[in-house]
Design a protein around this ligand. Structure first.
Ligand code: P6P
Length: 334
């Protein structure tokens, strides 16, 4: 039986590095470290119902959200692996009030920092819906050899070197983007490796799904409600009405949007002018991925990745997905 050549994440990142003779391999090594953290989290997620890891941790995070035990496990797995890697100067996490500068010599001489949401969509854990880890990688702007600084963690999204997510769904996938493009890897449990399964991923220019929490309609602007009417209008020749798909887990909704096309929206509204989702470790990485795949990501008045951050946990409205659908939505929402 012909066995197709499996290309693991490790092999793929090394092959990508070879396209840049001056590359040191540090970014590849960092991606592999994050992949290892994903495998550790996956092991716990897959058995969450069997071990005492479900249920609330009892603490609340910087967002004021109750922390699920899996949140804490995922956060600590990422921090510990990146702290002892040789390629990360420090991290910022949704679960931590402040960034962490790793204080050993190796880390102080590393040129990258990583921001992440360790387990996004964690309110879905107890109902076994897909959840995910989101990460964003920047080259630091602070002096090598010294601890990283807040300026390393508040760069605009257009300075990202790489970004990606791990989705713990019907299968576990590692999807990441560099400026070369977007590639997806599916975990093969029998060998414990992420293997290339979705090469050179592209977001279709249009799609048939819109994805938002329609329960918030009462808080939406007139323009947003006009857009919803547009989505639900009976225009067969324009493939409308669109279907509504909303899982309530950003990684799951974004993974579908990347593969099938469509639009995901979490807009500002009358009670939260900046919406709910976080710029640095949810919206910027997803924007980087979707734009590398030919999609568009806007805050409603410009590109998400052009926002100059003022604080680590700031929120932003987001309109993201198929180019034609986002541009149409912006005509209404502006
Ligand atoms: P809402 C999950 O809590 C999350 O941060 C994202 O993963 C998801 O897209 C969003 O919030 C869902 O928010 O208000 O619709 O429940």
């Amino acid at each position: 039986m012909q066995t197709s050549k499996l290309i693991t994440l490790d092999e793929f990142t090394i092959m990508e590095t070879r396209k840049f003779p001056q590359a040191t391999g540090e970014l590849s090594s960092l991606l592999r470290d994050i992949g290892l953290a994903g495998k550790l989290v996956n092991k716990q997620v897959r058995r969450a119902g069997l071990v005492d890891i479900l249920g609330e941790y009892g603490a609340t995070n910087v967002q004021g959200e109750s922390q699920m035990k899996l949140d804490i496990f995922a956060n600590e797995a990422l921090i510990n692996i990146l702290k002892y890697s040789t390629d990360c100067a420090g991290i910022a996490s949704e679960e931590n009030d402040e960034y962490l500068a790793f204080d050993d010599t190796f880390s102080a001489n590393s040129k990258y920092v990583v921001l992440f949401d360790p387990l996004d969509g964690s309110s879905n854990i107890d109902v076994n819906a897909s959840i995910g880890t989101i990460f964003s990688i920047y080259r630091r702007v602070s002096e090598l050899g010294k601890p990283c600084t807040i300026e390393d963690f508040t760069q605009p999204g257009n300075r990202q070197m790489a970004a990606g997510y791990i989705i713990y769904g019907s299968s576990t996938m590692f999807v990441y983007a560099t400026r070369l493009g977007v590639n997806g890897f599916t975990l093969e449990p029998s060998i414990g490796e992420f293997c290339l399964s979705h090469a050179n991923m592209k977001c279709p220019e249009t799609g048939k799904y819109y994805s938002l929490n329609q329960g918030n309609t009462c808080k939406y602007s007139e323009g947003m409600n006009a857009y919803l009417d547009y989505c639900m209008e009976n225009k067969k020749e324009e493939n409308r009405p669109y279907g509504l798909r909303y899982i309530g887990s950003m990684v799951a909704d974004m993974h579908r949007t990347l593969i099938k096309g469509g639009i995901f929206i979490y807009p500002g509204d009358k009670s939260n002018v900046n919406g709910k989702l976080r710029l640095m470790y949810e919206c910027n990485p997803m924007a980087f991925i979707l734009e590398a795949a030919g999609g568009v990501a806007s805050w409603g008045g410009g590109n998400i990745m052009d926002i100059n951050p003022t604080e680590l946990h700031q929120r932003t409205p987001i309109f993201i997905g198929s180019k034609n659908m986002v541009n149409k939505a912006l005509e209404f929402a502006k």
